[in-house]
Design a protein around this ligand. Structure first.
Ligand SMILES: NC(=O)c1ccc[n+]([C@@H]2O[C@H](COP(=O)([O-])OP(=O)(O)OC[C@H]3O[C@@H](n4cnc5c(N)ncnc54)[C@H](OP(=O)(O)O)[C@@H]3O)[C@@H](O)[C@H]2O)c1
Length: 262
């Protein structure tokens, strides 16, 4: 028997989808049959990604330029998706950023910005679609977090707090949604090749190639390498597909064994 992941004609919103993990998820979901709305702030790369996915999968792709760290941006995402594709059946809260600073140096404004992007965007977007998903007896929500949600490291306090709250949000929503087949899970990222790491490599400004950078940094990890965005998209696709129909309320490490806790 062959098992294939299918997302037949369902409407999926993926935030942070002009690059990295979001882009890979959008492409993979569309390949499995989803109609995807992809969201980011910068129009050109977003349009390019939308055009590529349309051409390579033949599926409808809607690009929405919005900042999900604001209430207006979240409203815009849901309104544009409903108008362009129909009711939202799958939501992936993926947009995020990374920053590391000593706890004492982090201002209130920086804390608030981290919470707005990594926690309140997920709350606002989920709230806008949750009752509709319940009424339709189908919904899938994935919150993309990081391994700091379970094992906070030194120097990353806001992210760890936002991500731990994202895990609590995941569990609370999964309990409310389960009777109506609305499944809510979290994926905890370790180190996965993406635009975020490409920017860090470029910022170092030395002669090391990106390939050599990934190889050197990956050697520190249990599996001896970074994950690829496609490897991440595979597990996300399974969770939102018809095949992932009995998993809810979990927080899965996608980190090649990096996290010290299960
Ligand atoms: N890759 C890793 O190793 C890693 C590790 C831990 C956690 N994560 C988490 O995984 C998620 C994806 O990371 P990634 O590495 O794929 O990131 P990435 O390559 O930097 O891509 C980030 C995407 O999010 C969009 N974005 C950023 N801020 C946004 C906002 N306010 N509103 C709407 N879109 C926004 C970006 O486009 P614009 O800038 O044009 O908006 C881009 O499309 C993030 O939540 C990240 O924190 C990743």
């Amino acid at each position: 028997m062959t098992v294939e992941m299918k997302i037949p004609n369902r409407v999926a919103v993926i935030t942070g989808a002009s690059a990295g993990l979001g882009r890979a998820m959008a492409h993979t979901f569309a390949s499995a049959g989803a109609r995807v709305a992809i969201v980011a702030r910068t129009p050109e790369p977003l349009e390019e990604v939308a055009a590529t996915i349309r051409t390579e999968t033949g599926m409808d792709v809607l690009s929405i330029c919005a900042d999900v760290s604001t209430p207006a941006g979240c409203d815009q995402v849901i309104e544009a998706t409903r108008a362009g594709l129909g009711p939202v059946e799958i939501l992936v809260n993926n947009a995020g950023s990374s920053a590391r600073s000593a706890f004492s140096s982090i201002t209130d404004e920086e804390w608030q910005a981290d919470l707005d992007l990594k926690l309140f965007a997920a709350i606002r977007l989920a709230r806008a679609v949750f009752d509709d998903m319940r009424a339709r007896k189908f919904g899938r929500i994935i919150n993309v977090l990081n391994t700091g949600a379970k094992a906070p490291p030194a120097g990353g306090a806001p992210t760890a707090v936002s991500r731990a709250a994202g895990m609590a949000l995941t569990k609370a929503l999964s309990a409310e949604g389960a009777p109506d087949n609305v499944l809510v899970n979290a994926l905890l990222v370790g180190r996965i090749e993406s635009a975020q790491w490409e920017r860090r490599h470029a910022a170092a400004g030395d002669d090391e190639t990106l390939e050599a950078y990934y190889e050197r940094m990956g050697a520190e990890l249990p599996m001896g390498r970074y994950g690829t965005a496609q490897e991440f998209a595979n597990i996300a696709c399974f969770l939102v597909s018809d095949e992932g129909s009995y998993i809810t309320g979990t927080a899965i490490n996608v980190d090649g064994g990096l996290s010290p806790v299960v």
